[in-house]
Design a protein around this ligand. Structure first.
Ligand code: UTP
Length: 226
């Protein structure tokens, strides 16, 4: 299978860089790559938000703030490449064709953001579409898509399955400011919908759960399906 794995910056860099998590995630990614072609898209997380917050005080435009977020995600990608070692791309690909060519050379693609105006959710959906991935796995700091914010409402319900249309209804009125994409980027949802990309939202912290999802076992998370 060809798999695109999007790892939220909040998982990679919750406060400081989570070295132990990166080591364990790298092991899992290498293991998955024995039977699959794997491309990983890293988020910018706390690092992105720190720089974007500072740039706003200098009156930077939203697009410029986006560029800072992109650089942060690419820095995280470089670090994860380092943790994965030889099999990973050394520099994050700049575009989807570069990423596809690296996959064809049997490399584990590790990339970050590409262009202003969306988040790395958008990048991972576009990459999954471009390389015709069998699965897009979106790993964040929550267990999937809920009917309310699980960090605010204790009784929020996790969807086992959701249609792209319903997911779009949920995200449409959420923020799309630099460093402030809540839940998931609407661009990603549109791409997932137009190409019917099989997508699973789950927690990136639970690595055995990611393994189960990829190998077709029972997992905790939300499947996006028309
Ligand atoms: P993230 O993908 O980490 O954004 O990119 P996020 O969803 O807001 O953060 P997490 O994953 O929940 O922690 C960080 C920021 O970088 C810019 C956006 O401003 C985004 O919010 N970015 C990223 C782009 O403009 N283009 C890209 O391709 C990627």
């Amino acid at each position: 299978m060809r798999i695109v794995l999007s790892v939220g910056g909040s998982v990679l860099v919750p406060g400081e860089v989570d070295v132990e998590y990166m080591r364990d995630a790298a092991c899992l990614i290498v293991e998955l790559s024995h039977k699959n072609e794997v491309a990983v898209v890293c988020g910018g997380g706390r690092l992105a938000r720190k720089y974007i917050k500072a740039a706003r005080q200098f009156n930077a435009s939203e697009a410029y703030c986006d560029v800072l977020g992109i650089e942060a995600s690419r820095l995280n990608a470089r670090l994860l490449s380092c943790a994965i070692g030889e099999k990973a791309t050394t520099s994050p690909p700049n575009d989807f064709n570069e990423a596809l060519e690296a996959l064809q050379r049997d490399k584990i693609v590790v990339m970050g953001g590409t262009h202003p105006g969306h988040s790395t959710d958008g990048v991972s959906a576009l990459l999954a579409e471009y390389v015709k991935a069998d699965y897009l796995i979106n790993a964040t700091d929550v267990d999937g898509i809920y009917d309310a914010d699980p960090k605010k409402k204790k009784d929020a319900r996790l969807f086992k399955e959701i249609t792209p249309r319903k997911l779009m209804d949920i995200v449409l009125n959420k923020s799309v400011g630099a460093g402030e994409y809540a839940l998931v980027d609407p661009l990603a949802v549109k791409i997932i919908e137009r190409s019917a990309i099989k997508t699973i939202f789950l927690s990136g912290k639970n690595l055995p759960n990611i393994k189960k999802a990829v190998s077709g076992g029972e997992y905790k998370g939300t499947l996006v399906k028309k």
